[in-house]
Design a protein around this ligand. Sequence first.
Ligand SMILES: Cc1cc2nc3c(=O)[nH]c(=O)nc-3n(C[C@H](O)[C@H](O)[C@H](O)COP(=O)(O)OP(=O)(O)OC[C@H]3O[C@@H](n4cnc5c(N)ncnc54)[C@H](O)[C@@H]3O)c2cc1C
Length: 605
Amino acid sequence: MRTTTDFLLYDWLDVESLTARPRFADHSRETFSSVLDTCERIAAEKFAPFNRLTDTEEPRFDGERVHLPQATHDAALAYAESGMLAAAQDYDAGGMQLPCVIEMAGNAFFSKASVAMGGYAMLTSGNASLLMAHGTPRQKDVFAKNEFAGRWFGTMCLSEPQAGSSLSDVATRAVPDGADFESDPLGPRYRLKGNKMWISAGEHEITENIVHLVLAKIPGPDGKLPPGVKGISLFIVPKKLVDTQGQLTGERNDVALAGLNHKLGYRGTTNTLLNFGEGKFAVRGASGAIGYLVGKPGEGLRCMFHMMNEARIGVGLGAVTLGYAGYEASLEYARTRTQGRPVGVGGKDAAQPPIRIIDHADVKRMLLAQKAYVEGGLALELYCARLVDEQHSGEGAAAHEAALLLEVLTPIAKSWPSEWCLEANSLAIQVHGGYGYTRDFPVEQYWRDNRLNMIHEGTHGIQAMDLLGRKVVMDGGAGLKLLATRINETIDRAGHIQGLAEPANALAATLGKLGAATKAAWATGAPEEALANATPYLQAFGHTVLAWIWLEVALTAQRGTTDFHQGKLAAMHYFFAHELPKVGAWLSVVSSRDATCREMQDSWF
Ligand SMILES: Cc1cc2nc3c(=O)[nH]c(=O)nc-3n(C[C@H](O)[C@H](O)[C@H](O)COP(=O)(O)OP(=O)(O)OC[C@H]3O[C@@H](n4cnc5c(N)ncnc54)[C@H](O)[C@@H]3O)c2cc1C
């Protein structure tokens, strides 16, 4: 993965050019590479060797405490000491002022080595970054900076048992805590009551405290919770209360672990049902978890989604790296496992010794598919992370265009690898044959770990509706038009190059069909007709974007002559020959507004 990462960062995306910007002026290719070296080394030493252990020794709750393998504590500590928790933050916040694209590339080594062990740090970094954007100066000093330093870890508490995809149904209630609630130096103080489901890293003893970021609603004068997402507010709810200097006061907050969820994969990260304010740890003489308001009342979801692009690119990258881990394992296996004989004109010669399975065309197909999915996915995620840098540190039109492109690309960045790098994991199992189906080989765990990614951070179906229902139609389709312009620029450049003209023409034809299908989906203006086939649209859109990304990568790869470059071109050709034609089938149901799913009756099942 490292060689491909370097190729994509330096040869394709030219990330070195970022060092010309004032924010990154202290950096150079050397500092970027040394960050990647450090991440790769810590991941290899502290994460990868224990990935299976964290799967088999699931977190255990004894009724009082949660127990994790010591290796998880050691890995989290090593990550915190590397400074990566605050990698992209300002120097004066204790950060390294690294570009987002380098931060993401560095984190990719951890998620590849053990996605579940890396979960604690990823959540903490996201939580603290959100506070840096929306917290008061005191909230940043007390909470965010202690998280960046690795002293406390953080969570994101959105979901509830009855409110998953539809956060407007959040029922956690927050009421002002006493007459002086507005004068607390840590922020307006409330008492929270409610249940939060699926909270990753919601309980552990890796750090002395846990900073929960919780979505809740403040009741109106009639005592009722405001309907819809506009009534949602955001609160900091520490597991243990702290003073204005960030010292523990010795008081336990009223946040109780109701139980751990026992998952298919991702087992090394605790996943919890948390009860807020039920009185198990009544504090200051009353039940109700103490929470400090972040931002203004009613702006909770807006604050939470401020970091959404980065969070969703992070999920996509996690899916890519799990796909990558399976690809590398199955490639190594296919190079050593012998089985079967070549098919010749006269059939098979049983007297010949068996050949390595990598020499069978069908096994090469499975390896090429994985290569096309995972390397294409990696390129997509790094491209999107580079857009985040353009949005934040670029100027004028470039920053605006980056933001617009990210709007349309984010659902793809999250969903495409979640589906296709999971398929890569399935193919990695297939390459291993029966051995792949056992726990003696790592590939089944990669598949189980990866299966989460189509579910969290907005399910596949929700991402699809976001893309077709909102992103491609907003501002009169400005985002889609800009994406089409960028794709057409690539097509123009590739059209003049031998070996790339044919894929360029195929991409041009597909792009035309995608545009026509988008219009046809909305031809009647009826959302229920368009959105009934949103998922095939997401798949078609994703494959078109990936074909574009592969053509882009091929434009850089065709300048080299080594096996490495040949491999990139072969993966690009595989994608165009075997994958891009699928777009036609997906778009046909979109264009005709096929009613099969929409009109299916419950009683017909
Ligand atoms: C391992 C794990 C870790 C998690 N970590 C966290 C965390 O740290 N913090 C947190 O807050 N949450 C977390 N989650 C929760 C996760 O975000 C939710 O599971 C997810 O949002 C889906 O909600 P749900 O499970 O209630 O499913 P539902 O929303 O009930 O969805 C069930 C199915 O119905 C479909 N569906 C739902 N609504 C619609 C609709 N309007 N139109 C069409 N289809 C629809 C969905 O696509 C899905 O296929 C985690 C979940 C898991 C499994």
